[in-house]
Structures are given as C-alpha cells and as structure tokens.
Design a protein around this ligand. Structure first.
Ligand SMILES: [Cu+2]
Length: 293
C-alpha cells in the first residue's frame, strides 16, 4: 500500500510526463516540419509545358551587422588553411542579401490540386554535396529534397564531426577523419531549417533545408534567385534567413500564370531605415512579418 505522499508524487510524475509529451508534439508541429514522406509517396506531377518561374531579389535595408572574426587557434590545421575566417551570417553587398533560402511553402495549382499533394516532380535534384573546407562548410546554406543523398566531404587535413540537429528528423552525428571517404546522409521529412554544426570546431555552422518539391533557391551574392518549372497557380513564397534567434522569415503571395513569370522581392533588416515620415517604407518592410505563423 502506497503512502499518501507516494501517491501524490506518482500523480505529479504522470502529469509532468503527459505535459512534456504534449509539448514535444506541438514543438514539431509549430515549426515547418511536415509529416513523414516516404520516397515516391504522393502524386506524380507530369510536366505540361506551361510551367512558369518565380524570381526576385532579396534586399537588406540599412547597415548589415558585421561578420565576426573567428578564433581558430584551437586547431592549427584550420588556422593555416583559413587564417582569416569569419562568421558567414551576413552576405550583404550593395544592399542585396545572399544565402537566403526562398521556397514555395504551399499553394494551389490552377487545376485545384495542392502542391503538397505531390511527392514526385520532374527535375528532382539527384544529389547534393556539403564540403568541409578550410574549417567551414561549403555551401553555408543548402537546399535538398526529401531523401536526396547528401555527400559530406572532408577536404581538410584535420578531423571534423558533422552533426545535423533537426527537429522533425533524427539527430545525426558522425566523426570524419582527414582523408576519410565522404559520409552519406539523407533526411526523410521536409524541414526548414536544419542546423548543422561540427562538434570538433564550434564555429562551424551550415543550414540544410529539406523540401518535398524542387521549388526552392538560395540567393546569390547579388540577392537574386530564380525558381523554374513552377506549375501555374497561386503560392505562398517564403524567404528564410538565419539572422535572428531562430532565423527570420518573410512571406508573400505569388500568382504564376500559364508559362508566366511571378515576381517576389523581399527585404530584410530595415530598423536602420525606419524614421519619422518614412511610413510607406516601414509598412513595406514589416507587413510580411505580421503574417508569420
Ligand atoms: Cu570541423
């Protein structure tokens, strides 16, 4: 027979474990993590030769924060190969923002079907490479589709330890000695964004976005991007940048006519430009964020 105290404790433990279960579930749902997608799951989209494009430019308004110099002295192999290594959060040139991940988040095709109904599209990328070179990742932001093989190469004369830290996919953590063959990894669920770190070199950071469809792009240094092969329809297009505590998103509705060209320009930053009398600018900058989630 349990004492009154013991029963009270058991009850408390039950309540706490239920609560933590509930919170871990809502955590997955609150982020951009979709349901499991098996290879080949969902409908197959057949090209109709009336697909269009979505393109645009991502700007940064104001003065971007400076990238910081990284102290690599813990590993002399890093120091000699990358003597001037800096953080890569801000790629800003002439007011344009690079390394921004732009993708179709959802939308409805002209025939009424949803973009999420499809699991197979023409021109699905076949493979991607994430290179560890000079003790940083190349590229810094990578977009893949679900189950796309990612080859992780070590081009450095030192050991790395690549660690994917997703929310909706399994954690993945692998050491890789210098000269070791490439590691292979793939992620089965759509997720924006999966942070990647190196347990060996704490400054190393990359971001991998996993999409169910091939309609994504990463902005170049001039802020431009282009997404091709988009079926006619109405879409929510999201631009994601790593700045901020958990990244920052902007979103926009874009219509693509048959064989048409949809435009979606985005702007990040902006606080430096907000001053009295510039309400139209303020509105243009902050409006998309109001509609986040
Ligand atoms: Cu490393």
């Amino acid at each position: 027979m349990l004492s009154k105290n013991a029963r009270l404790w058991l009850g408390l433990i039950a309540v706490i474990s239920l609560l933590s279960l509930a919170s871990s579930c809502s955590k997955g749902g609150g982020d951009d993590v979709e349901n499991p997608t098996t290879e080949g799951g969902g409908k197959t989209y057949t090209a109709k030769n009336n697909e269009g494009t979505i393109s645009g430019v991502v700007s940064y308004n104001g003065t971007a924060p400076e990238n910081k110099k990284i102290d690599t002295s813990a590993d002399s192999a890093c120091t000699s190969k990358s003597p001037d290594l800096k953080t890569e959060e801000w790629v800003v040139k002439d007011g344009k923002l690079g390394n921004t991940y732009v993708y179709i988040k959802d939308g409805t095709l002209a025939d009424g079907s949803k973009i999420g109904d499809y699991g197979k599209w023409p021109n699905m990328p076949a493979s991607a490479t994430l290179d560890q070179n000079g003790c940083h990742y190349k590229p810094h932001v990578l977009g893949v589709v679900v189950n796309e093989p990612i080859s992780i190469t070590n081009s450095d004369p030192t050991q790395h330890n690549v660690h994917f830290t997703p929310k909706g996919n399994p954690d993945w953590n692998q050491g890789q000695a210098n000269g070791a063959p490439p590691l292979q990894h793939k992620l089965a669920r759509a997720e924006v964004m999966v942070p990647v770190k190196c347990n060996q070199h704490p400054w190393m950071k990359a971001y991998v976005a996993v999409s169910k469809h091939p309609f994504f792009a990463i902005t170049a240094e001039d802020g431009s991007y282009s997404i091709k092969g988009v079926p006619p329809g109405k879409y929510t297009v999201v631009a994601w940048h790593e700045g901020g505590a958990n990244g920052t998103e902007q979103k926009m509705e874009v219509t693509v006519a048959a064989s048409g060209a949809g435009k979606a320009d985005f702007a990040f930053g902006g606080t430096a430009m907000v001053e009295e009398g510039s309400w139209p600018i303020l509105e243009a900058i902050t409006f998309p964020t109001l509609h986040n989630h």
